[in-house]
Design a protein around this ligand. Structure first.
Ligand code: FES
Length: 111
């Protein structure tokens, strides 16, 4: 069990803090494991479905960074991309620097 924390707001507006997060866990995996509504992760983390689309809180975006080209192309296909803080949850892996990160699940994650 890790010692990192993630706070997620689901598509219904409910906010939950997940504790005991291990380094290397992706936000998509965490969302699924913790039944965060709206995180589907249909492609299993392959950057190919966008059902793990989240909005990263502005104050955290600098630490998370920009999506790479493949992720960017995938995000481009979803309707409610909120540039610049949209990211695919499966592409964000937890590190000590991201301890306490806050994200909101995007409505399009359920398409
Ligand atoms: S789980 Fe499919 S793009 Fe993230």
């Amino acid at each position: 069990m890790g010692n990192l924390k993630v706070t997620m707001t689901d598509i219904n507006g409910a906010t939950r803090t997940i504790e005991g997060v291990e380094e290397g866990a992706s936000l998509m995996e965490l969302g699924k494991q913790n039944d965060i509504a709206g995180i589907m992760g249909d492609c299993g983390g392959g950057c190919a479905c966008a059902t793990c689309h989240v909005y990263v809180d502005q104050e955290w975006f600098g630490k998370v960074g920009e999506p790479d080209d493949i992720e960017f192309a995938m995000l481009d296909m979803v309707a409610d991309v909120q540039k610049p803080n949209s990211r695919l949850g499966c592409q964000i892996k937890m590190t000590p620097e991201l301890d306490g990160i806050t994200v909101t699940v995007a409505p399009s994650s359920t398409y």
